[in-house]
Design a protein around this ligand. Structure first.
Ligand code: HEM
Length: 187
């Protein structure tokens, strides 16, 4: 495949929008939803934002995957350690798998608890006392913690490239002139 100096601008946009949305969904989940009892009248409003945001993340992730397949991208950055280079793709595809599992378990919990009618249909029915009776909700919490771990590793790896190897990795995931077959990968 022909290599370029930066990712496609649409992919750059999707990367940063998704980074924001995923961190927002995690923050709202851990500090908004999990900390608010189901009897609290504000809970339905928080669920509405979280569920709609989660489905938007899933849709954008699908578009991102397609754009990534169809556009040329920079050559894989090297860490200088072949073992680390080999696990890099696992972490990259891991994000797709984890986000898919988050949306899947969240959606399944919503269906099991009859949330579409309560949260979006305004049925007026009460929420169940807790969502933790559903195995999908328990899985949703575990996978969310795993996702936080992946995000921390991802950020550490990006900082390692940028500040230790000084290979200009951040520039590749930003807007600017795209050069084909660059001799210096990140220029
Ligand atoms: C990438 C997408 C998503 C992320 C990052 C995410 C994150 C979270 C987190 C961190 C929690 C709290 C977990 C805990 O404290 O153990 C949570 C709870 C929850 N999420 Fe999601 N979520 C996502 C997508 C969805 C979707 C698509 C739905 C439904 C359509 C959904 C429905 C729920 C529900 C019902 C709860 C339980 C709230 C409670 O127990 O009070 N989530 N989510």
């Amino acid at each position: 495949m022909q290599h370029v100096s930066r990712y496609h601008p649409l992919l750059v946009t999707l990367h940063w929008v998704l980074a924001f949305l995923i961190i927002a969904a995690l923050t709202l989940g851990f500090f908004g939803l999990a900390a608010t009892p189901n009897a609290d009248p504000q809970k339905i409003g928080i669920l509405r934002v979280h569920m709609a945001g989660g489905m938007l993340i899933l849709a954008l992730m699908g578009i991102r995957f397609i754009v990534r397949m169809l556009t040329s991208r920079p050559a894989d950055a090297t860490t200088g350690y072949p073992v680390l280079d080999r696990i890099a793709p696992i972490s990259r595809y891991g994000f797709y798998v984890l986000v898919l599992l988050m949306a899947g378990t969240g959606y399944a919990t919503g269906i099991l608890a009859g949330l579409p009618a309560i949260v979006f249909g305004g049925s007026g029915a009460p929420l169940p006392p807790t969502f933790l009776i559903y195995p999908t909700r328990v899985a949703h919490g575990f996978i969310a913690t795993l996702l936080v771990g992946f995000i921390i590793l991802h950020v550490l790896a990006a900082f390692y490239h940028q500040f230790v190897r000084k290979d200009g990795l951040f520039r590749r995931m930003f807007f600017g002139r795209r050069v084909s077959n660059p001799s210096v990968p990140a220029e």
